[in-house]
Design a protein around this ligand. Structure first.
Ligand code: CO
Ligand code: ZN
Length: 333
């Protein structure tokens, strides 16, 4: 599981440019699936059909986004310095000092214009990427080229640190759940979505196509366990989080209850999640077509949208166990 997570996080796939990571996922899921397809927006849709004779199978959509935050070149100056803007929630404070790898393989470092006050955090339009060019003419990056953080995966005991754990941990949990499913009483669609970071775009079209009765997103959630953090109860290492609310959605109480019951029956640790900032694919699923019962299983994560996000390995294992427990039984609502 850790080797696969290393491969997933070290693959570069900013929103709209998910090809490389989709290839990695496809290789894992193909032997486990009954049907595989890629839709127009690039969502990878993997179906596991209900076992023969299953009574009233529910159509359940599970979503984890493949894309990651990134940058896009907006202007190249005379000396070959690249100005850029964000793709998704790339924050200035996390971008300073980062290395960026463009899709064409070019690497650059982020620098910034002289500051009036040395302890200021510069705005993104005061930053640039230095790709080693000396003139506009020899700059290997063009306007419109897209890049993402470059950073290697490391383990610190049970803690894992990497870029794009948002949401490659969700991708990993879906793959491992599919692997763990023996036979399913439900009609399951494991969807690896695109363009979540720019506003849950892929999940919306995928949900329209699948028309599920129940939707669950698997994504990261912020924690309240670091110095002077927001007052939230989620902590690393205390188990998967069952989303009750984030600013983009209120989980359906029946879905919350289903998840809580499954966790308690399987004697798995879990946390109740009320997230104060951010949202997930579950929002797009919930309000697609005539509406879908939706919820989310979240993995606690520190330093979200930095190049060094952090999760706990035990939370990943327990997330796979919880999702497998939920999906292995008929759903009664
Ligand atoms: Co994100
Ligand atoms: Zn995410």
């Amino acid at each position: 599981m850790k080797q696969l997570l290393k491969t997933l996080t070290e693959t570069s796939a900013p929103s709209g440019y998910e090809d490389a990571v989709r290839k990695v996922i496809l290789k894992e899921v193909k032997p486990l699936a009954d049907e595989v397809k890629v839709d127009a927006l690039g969502n990878l849709i993997v179906r596991k059909k209900p076992a023969a004779g299953a009574k009233n199978p529910k159509r359940i959509m599970l979503a984890a986004h493949m894309d990651e935050i990134g940058v896009i070149a907006s202007h190249i100056d005379r000396k070959g310095f690249v100005r850029f803007t964000n793709i998704g929630g790339t924050f200035g404070r996390y971008t300073l000092g980062a290395r960026i790898r463009f899709m064409n393989g070019v690497t650059g470092v982020v620098g910034y214009d002289r500051l009036e006050q040395v302890d200021q955090a510069p705005a993104m339009n005061k930053m640039y990427i230095d790709v080693g060019a000396t003139r506009k003419e020899n700059c290997p990056v063009r306007v419109g080229d897209v890049g993402a953080f470059e950073r290697s995966y490391i383990e610190m005991g049970d803690r894992i640190v990497a870029k794009s754990l948002d949401d490659r941990v969700g991708v990993l949990v879906l793959i491992e759940t599919l692997r763990a499913m023996k036979s399913a009483p439900n009609d399951l669609y494991f969807v690896f979505t695109t363009q979540e970071e720019v506003g849950v775009r892929g999940a919306g079209t995928a949900a329209y196509g699948i028309d599920p009765e129940i939707g669950i997103a698997v994504d990261v959630t912020g924690t309240g366990d670091t110095p002077a953090s927001l007052k939230m109860t989620m902590e690393l290492g205390k188990g998967p989080c069952i989303k009750v609310r984030d600013p983009g959605m209120l989980s359906d109480p029946r879905v919350v209850e289903w998840m809580v019951n499954a966790a308690e029956k399987a004697k798995l640790p879990y946390q109740r999640e009320v997230l104060l900032v951010g949202s997930t694919d579950a929002r797009a699923i919930q309000i697609s077509r005539a509406g879908v019962l939706a919820g989310a299983l979240s993995i606690p994560c520190r330093y979200i949208h930095s190049a060094s996000e952090m999760v706990d390995y035990g939370d990943l294992k327990n997330s796979v166990k919880l999702l497998t427990a939920m999906l292995s039984k008929p759903v009664s609502f």
